[in-house]
Write a protein that binds this ligand. Structure first.
Ligand SMILES: [Zn+2]
Length: 101
């Protein structure tokens, strides 16, 4: 998985293209990421009886991982992720600055 929870990403496609945000959840099975404030939709909640009126809340939908690009925390550039194997460990590196990320 190239994108991890807590990563800063730039949205590269869709209605929020160009925006940035922090990944809150990764859905590896669906290859989607949840970025708060991005890919929002309005949910209408029906009234649940006395004292619980209906409401409209704004929620974020997970978006395809292919629609986001990682922003490297070291060089602050939009980058692709590379891997380097050191012994038993596979580490993630930035393709631009080659730092571990
Ligand atoms: Zn970098």
């Amino acid at each position: 998985m190239k994108i991890r929870k807590g990563d800063l990403v730039k949205i590269t496609a869709g209605k929020d293209k160009g925006r940035e945000g922090k990944v809150e959840r990764v859905f590896s099975r669906e290859s989607r990421v949840l970025v708060p404030g991005v890919n929002q939709y309005k949910k209408h909640i029906k009234p649940q009886g006395e004292g619980r009126p209906g409401d409209i809340v704004t929620l974020s939908r997970p978006m395809p991982m292919g629609n986001v690009a990682l922003i490297c925390p070291k060089c602050k550039q939009v980058t692709r992720v590379g891997y380097q194997v050191t012994g038993e460990k596979k580490v993630r590196i930035c393709r631009k600055c080659m730092n571990l990320i």
